[in-house]
Design a protein around this ligand. Structure first.
Ligand code: E4P
Length: 221
């Protein structure tokens, strides 16, 4: 399973990229605004740091605007994936950009039918938002299970990858991997939690204090 970081924060991107953990990045207008910097500089830097796919989202909502903006975003690098919303115009833009060899991530997917249509339009990725479904009392992971079954049933027709988005905690990641989703996109806080285990910290403290005691009792060794 590929791991993407869901952020426009360069410090976090560098931190986890230096550990070799990142296969790509996803951003959206909210994440981009949160940084309070010129988005052009941020996009330029992200696409330089990360070799894998970087999803940059359009803010136009009409077909022509999305095509123009998508082509402009693609100029940041060959690894740019244009992110479009799951709307009629978004699917039309997805078909157009995909047919010109520009990969597309269709975002704001909340049903299996939406994922099916985005795949038909030629999307490289569909982004189902599981946390936002959980937030309204629906089981977001069930949506991932349904999409996986559908895409597996038509492997020859669909090459679209399931990019699990709106992840809130590490259990979402384990469950997405069990279901066989292709990609998870994680907020830095979730990736940080995945690194940690209290028994790792206790174990390391014990090793180091035993070593310290041994050295104190054996100064010549
Ligand atoms: C996906 O590409 C989105 O950027 C993101 O996962 C949305 O997550 P949120 O529901 O935490 O805003």
């Amino acid at each position: 399973m590929k791991i993407f970081l869901d952020t426009a924060n360069l410090e976090s991107i560098r931190k986890y990229n230096d550990m070799g953990l990142l296969d790509g990045i996803t951003t959206n207008p909210s994440l981009m605004s949160k940084e309070g910097r010129n988005p052009k500089d941020v996009m330029e830097e992200i696409t330089k740091i990360i070799k894998g796919d970087v999803s940059l989202e359009v803010v136009n909502t009409d077909y022509a605007g999305m095509i123009e903006e998508g082509k402009r975003l693609r100029q940041y690098g060959e690894n740019v994936v244009v992110k479009v919303p799951m709307t009629a115009d978004g699917l039309k833009a997805c078909k157009h950009l995909s047919s010109e060899g520009i990969p597309v991530n269709v975002t704001l997917i909340f049903s299996a039918n939406q994922a099916l249509l985005a795949a038909k339009s030629g999307a490289k990725y569909v982004s189902p938002f599981i946390g936002r479904l959980d937030d309204i009392g629906k089981d977001g992971m069930n949506l991932i299970r349904d999409i996986k079954i559908i895409f597996d049933n038509y492997k020859d027709d669909f090459k679209t990858q399931i990019l699990v988005a709106s992840i809130r905690h590490p259990i979402h990641v384990v469950d997405a991997a069990k279901v066989g989703a292709h990609v998870v996109t994680l907020p830095p806080t979730v990736l940080d939690k995945m690194l940690q285990h209290p028994l790792t910290d206790i174990g390391l403290d014990n090793f180091l204090s035993d070593w310290k005691k041994f050295k104190a009792g054996n100064p010549d060794i």
